[in-house]
Design a protein around this ligand. Structure first.
Ligand code: UD1
Length: 429
């Protein structure tokens, strides 16, 4: 899909963010842990979610859409021990089916995963954790084969609080009778969501003194669960409100956005928080102040809001800096923002952004990262002219459901064009 945008319109109104992608993808993987039905609500309509649902079906589950983002996942055929590579290669969270399949079947093969290309994304912490639980792990060509006659509980000390490894190991431990402890786990709210879900399935899982304890069971039951609101979508829409000098209310959980909201406040953005969400208002971007931000694991500034923040900083007077502390390469937005007239320099793992008074419409291309795609759309909404954001890799629908439709409902002039219908245009037209 491509997005044709006539910028310069203030976004106003209210938006309710969909269920969190990074929770739902893992809740779906957790459905493999049980033969009882699982019902998930507020499942966002995203490409990655559709891929994960297709993966569950390929592995033997029956997926029933019940409408309005509700899915029932029940047993279908016998579980397969091998995940198909064409699905796994499309997203990173698909790799997390390895542990659950291993725990259910005693062996499993999962190809190495895909996802946003954010520099090297190894799975060493996942594999070392599975080994600690008693698995024999072999990296074979293009994938990982794991075997275990019997998994055993363990204390796993993560050298880095990886979100994926924490969740993957907690899922696996839920089917290992006894208490598994994960030390130095990720503290992202999506992890807590998975722990609550594992508890509902019958494997009590909780944080205790900075560690996670999972009390695994031989067999788990079913559960119904509503996904938490997506904090990254919430942050993206708030930034869209500020960038377009609008007035927006975003229904979300503000306490999941603490350092992000603090950053906006430090810049001078007017914010109001309530238990329902956050309201944001901005009349003049030139009155905002530059900031220096470093992305970090939760509760630090989220890496997924780095690209959309960069879009805002490109119009804030003075020199701002964003240091990327999570991924090696999160700068796929830089070329597109520059084409729109922003002044962005990348020095190692830092973006140095010199605010300009105005951006200009241009044709830009989304590459490698769905959050970079959102950043380019946001910047285009704030320009005076017309832009074409080409998303040939279909990155934006990986992370944002009904993105253009939602922005339109807030007053944006944005239309989607199918890739076939879009005529090639000269650069900068
Ligand atoms: C998850 C989120 C992603 C978010 C990220 C950080 C999902 C589906 N994705 O990704 O949107 O940007 O958390 O908040 O939930 N690492 C290793 N070895 C490992 C695992 C990770 O070196 O075995 C490194 C990675 O290369 C990366 C860093 O740790 O540099 C963070 O990765 P991790 O926290 O695992 O993020 P993901 O689970 O991939």
């Amino acid at each position: 899909m491509n997005y044709r945008i006539l910028g310069g319109r203030a976004l106003t109104g209210e938006v309710t963010v969909p269920g969190a992608k990074n929770a739902v993808l893992h809740l779906l993987a957790a459905a493999l842990l049980t033969d009882e039905p699982v019902v998930l609500r507020d499942v966002p309509d995203l490409r990655d979610v559709r891929t994960q649902l297709a993966l569950l079906e390929a592995l033997g589950k029956r997926v029933e859409p019940l409408g309005e983002g509700t899915y029932r996942i029940a047993p279908g055929r016998a579980l397969a021990a091998e995940a198909p590579s064409e699905l796994v290669r499309q997203l990173r969270a698909s790799f997390h089916v390895l542990g659950p399949l291993l725990a259910r079947l005693g062996e499993a093969y999962v190809p190495l995963p895909g996802g946003d290309v954010l520099g090297p994304r190894p799975v060493d912490l996942h594999l070392r954790g599975l080994e600690a639980l008693g698995a024999d792990v072999e990296v074979v060509e293009g994938g990982v084969c794991a075997r275990a006659r019997r998994l055993r509980p363990a204390t796993i000390a993560l050298p880095y609080p990886s979100v994926g490894a924490t969740i993957h190991l907690a899922l696996t431990a839920a089917l290992v009778p006894g208490t598994t402890v994960i030390e130095n786990p990720a503290r992202e709210p999506e992890v807590d969501e998975i722990l609550a879900f594992l508890s509902a399935l019958g494997a009590p899982a909780r944080r205790k003194g900075g560690r996670i304890e999972v009390r695994g069971r031989e067999e788990l039951g079913g559960a119904e669960h509503r996904a938490m609101p997506d904090r990254i979508c919430a942050g993206t829409y708030l930034l869209a409100g500020v960038l377009t000098r609008g007035e927006l209310t975003v229904r979300c959980r503000p306490w999941h956005l603490r350092p992000f909201l603090d950053t906006l406040r430090a810049m001078g953005v007017e914010l109001r928080e309530s238990s329902e969400g956050v309201a944001v208002r901005c009349e003049d971007l030139r009155a905002l102040r530059p900031v220096a931000v470093e992305t970090e694991p939760y509760p630090g500034f989220p890496t997924d809001l780095h690209p959309p923040l960069a879009a805002l900083l490109s119009l804030v007077p003075g020199e701002s800096r964003i240091r990327e502390g999570v991924f090696q390469d999160r700068f796929a937005y830089a070329q597109g923002l520059s084409a729109l007239g922003a002044r962005v320099r990348i020095r190692g793992r830092e973006a140095i952004i010199e605010g300009v008074p105005q951006l200009r419409g241009a044709e830009v291309r989304v590459e490698r990262d769905n959050r970079a795609g959102a950043a380019l759309v946001l910047a285009a909404l704030a320009t005076e002219g017309e832009s074409l954001v080409r998303d040939e890799e279909e990155q934006i629908p990986r992370g944002y459901s009904r993105f253009a439709e939602t922005l339109r409902s807030l007053g944006a002039d944005i239309t989607e064009e199918s890739l076939i219908a879009t005529q090639p245009r000269e650069e900068g037209e």
